[in-house]
Design a protein around this ligand. Structure first.
Ligand code: AMP
Length: 361
């Protein structure tokens, strides 16, 4: 069985690594020949929206999936004429647009921050009057890791935010004074079987995920997160891994966004859960029984952003797992991560502090 993966970033690389014990083979499609996936499987190089490159990928594989969200929907529609494509193209379409995403959350009765679509400065002024200060202006499309967003804290911020982002369709969101950020990752198989991982607590800086602590034990939030996840999965007749990121506000989940793919906040599952999110994504799209999502201890995942910490020093931390994506260092770029797993949350937190002392400033 050969799996075609659109995108050859670190997520694709980890998917392929999880698939080899199942005797699966992989081909990637990526615009860059030296993307991380290329270290473990061949890359068809070409633009994601170039029909010929997509045909070259499809000609060589049995089934197609994707590891990155900015694949043009038209490209996936083309491939789905001849191949099974999972997760569903419609889930990708909705996740690409923050407005459609929030409208879907509303429709499925999943709490989400108040929002308004904004297409002009006048609409922005009206939306700020309704949602108040502070609020967050975001581009509807192509925003990730905090890119394409501006906080509006006072009246003079309105025009500045508009001139920074106003050339694209926008959404204004009410600011959520959250206690913490959590996410849920789960898989739904083509057979309809669903399994969710425990929710995890995420810390961001400059809009980029830094640390995930897993599990975040909270039975009420877990129940709500799984209910929301299943609703979205059912809506799309979903297959594959799906992630939803939430704010916790006054003890309640408020959905921020969804990703129809394996997710950075699920990397801890490689060593911290019985079955990793990557293996479960593959099982799900192939209609195989899903693996156990139970944690094997208390895990922390720490992202390496911009530059790697000293490897040999970190490998001296007991039980630490090192993941170097083989990417060139660049400010703000995710180039690797490490995971620690411990028998207790207290011991895990001690290991995290140890790792943090060794991280570049
Ligand atoms: P996003 O690109 O939507 O994932 O946003 C990146 C980060 O910005 C989030 O993880 C939050 O820390 C923060 N953020 C985004 N939207 C809001 C909001 N409506 N209220 C408060 N913080 C937000």
């Amino acid at each position: 069985m050969k799996i075609g993966v659109i995108g050859a970033g670190q997520l694709g690389r980890m998917l392929a690594l999880a698939g080899y014990p199942l005797a699966l083979q992989f081909r990637f499609l990526d615009s860059s020949a030296d993307s991380p996936g290329g270290q473990v499987a061949p890359i068809v190089t070409g633009a994601f929206d170039d029909p010929q490159s997509l045909e070259r990928l499809a000609a060589d594989v049995d089934i197609v999936t994707y590891e990155f969200e900015n694949v043009p929907v038209s490209a996936l529609q083309q491939v789905s004429q001849t191949h099974a494509v999972h997760p569903p193209v419609d889930a990708l379409r909705v996740s690409q647009d923050r407005l459609l995403e929030k409208q879907l959350f509303e429709k499925l009765r999943i709490p989400t921050p108040p929002f308004r679509a904004v297409e002009s400065l006048d609409e922005l002024r009206a939306a700020v009057r309704e949602l108040g200060y502070p609020s967050v202006l975001k581009t509807r499309r192509l925003g990730y890791d905090g890119k394409g967003q501006r906080y509006i804290r006072k009246p003079t911020d309105v025009e500045a935010a508009w001139s920074a982002l106003g050339s694209a369709p926008l959404i204004l969101e009410g600011f959520v004074d959250f206690e913490r950020e959590v996410s849920v990752v789960g898989a739904r198989s083509t057979t309809g079987e669903v399994r969710a991982y425990p929710i995890v607590a995420n810390t961001h800086r400059d809009g980029i995920l830094r640390v995930t602590l897993a599990p975040h034990r909270h039975p009420t939030l877990q129940k709500a997160a799984e209910m929301h996840l299943k609703r979205v999965m059912k809506h799309f007749d979903y297959a594959g891994v799906l992630t939803i990121e939430f704010f916790v506000q006054r003890g309640r989940l408020v959905a921020n966004e969804m990703a129809p793919r394996v997710h950075n906040s699920g990397h801890w599952t490689i060593e911290g859960a019985i079955t990793s999110q990557f293996e479960n994504h593959l099982r799900a799209i192939l209609g195989l029984p899903l693996g156990d999502t139970a944690p094997v201890g208390h895990a922390a995942m720490i992202n390496f952003i911009g530059q790697l910490p000293p490897r040999d020093d970190l490998l001296g931390v007991p039980g630490l797992h090192w993941h170097d994506y083989g990417k060139a260092p660049r400010p703000g770029r995710k180039i690797g991560h490490c995971t620690v797993v411990a028998a207790s949350a207290v011991e895990r937190d001690r290991l995290v502090r140890k790792v943090m002392r060794k991280m570049p400033r």
